[in-house]
Design a protein around this ligand. Sequence first.
Ligand code: FCB
Length: 495
Amino acid sequence: MVLLALPESSRQNGSTMTQKPVAMPIARRAVLAGSAMLPFLPRLSLADTAPASDRFIWGVSTSAAQIEGAVTEDGRSESIWDVYARQPGRVADGATPAVACDHYHRWEEDVALMQRLGIGAYRFSIAWPRVLPEGIGAQNDKGWDFYARLVDALLKADIRPMPCLYHWDLPQVLQEKGGWFNRDSAAWLTEYAQAAVRRLGDRVNHWFVLNEAAVHAVFGHGSGEHAPGVTGGDAGVLKALHHQNLAQGSALRAMRTERAGLTLGTVLSLQPVVPDSDRDEDRQAAIRWDAVWNRVTLDGLMRGALPEILAPQMADLVEGDDLAIIKAPVDILGMNYYSRFTVRAQPGWLFGIGWGKARTDRFTAYGWPVEPEGIGEVLRELKELYGNPPVLITENGAAYADVPTGDVSKGGGRIDDQDRIAFLRDHVRVMQKAIADGCNVKGYCAWSLLDNFEWQMGYRMRFGLVYVNFAGNRERTPKTSFDWFREVARSGVPA
Ligand code: FCB
């Protein structure tokens, strides 16, 4: 199927720009606010053994490698990000995830913050190297206990735990066996997923399997700007993508077999892709990038199909009934949205594409274009082309400079982040318009609860509703956006 790629999004900073294409034959409609009619209830109040509720979920997201720290404690082994960050020149300022937000020790304080925020759900990730230090085989009780305590505290606070199994922190021991280039990765992830359900499935109903397989494939295995730093080019990207797809399908099946009644999903980064110009080569570039960034994962999961345009390059990867395994309808589709991609033909980078200039003059501190309409474009596409699956916005947010006034070293001070409030407000309003138009969105999680380790940007990019004083003792100070989001979670209205 040939789709007309549209928008552009990007993570544009220095050399790194991520753009996620979504080919969309849908006209962009102007969308605005108007949320009053929506039945948004502020909180979920249910034991988490219940199936998906119709109540709208407001939540926040984090990931293990970005907040936990404590990387050598209680039997945790190294992840690929620990190793990568130690290599000179990889991460801004030589930063590492070794301490991060020290959430491993301060998790109770962080749960209290979430309670104060009044949210109904928390999407976090489980660190694979903490619970299965050898990747497979022996399990680490101390690691599982940490997540069991966290889950219990969340449930007590009436916050639904929604763990994601893999947010880019592969145990280094598995990387040494080839990581995502090894087809055995499907068996590794499946074993881990089964163990997770056995350990926590009595208390955790909502699960996500992978985070943004395309981002992990492109930057970790194609361009080398993320861990594990492999510069595998186009072939590396497609191999890592296919094996993650396969592992995900296999893990989802195993989790269902392990325990009935779970609400299972996975998280995709979906970005509309816009050609930079009307030139045929730019349009072709946009279609190619859309296939890599959006379609391999989405069409694989929802249709058991891969984009035709990539078929020749993927032919050697796809064996036997791979596509049947990859097609694994989910109960909830996690969708991360940050911006569109503007793409042009440019020999030399992955898939012969380069980044064009976004059609906006609003940019975040990361340099990503602010394009709220894009979230509606993706949601409408899911509705019109993919059967309107239940969607949870699992990430949306922005990095801004966040200069504090006052003394943040005692958890005081003030961060009046009106730019972040404007970003979140605009996106929530577009999402609510899409819901009013029939898009099946079940909830929205802001990225992120805390400022954290933003991958190759280290601690330079602050995405949190809560400021973390990395220069001091990681004291937390809620920003103005925290109070704003609390009101949204209470009223359902992004004032
Ligand atoms: C997403 C990642 C998340 C965070 C945000 C800013 O792609 O899933 O970990 O880095 O970008």
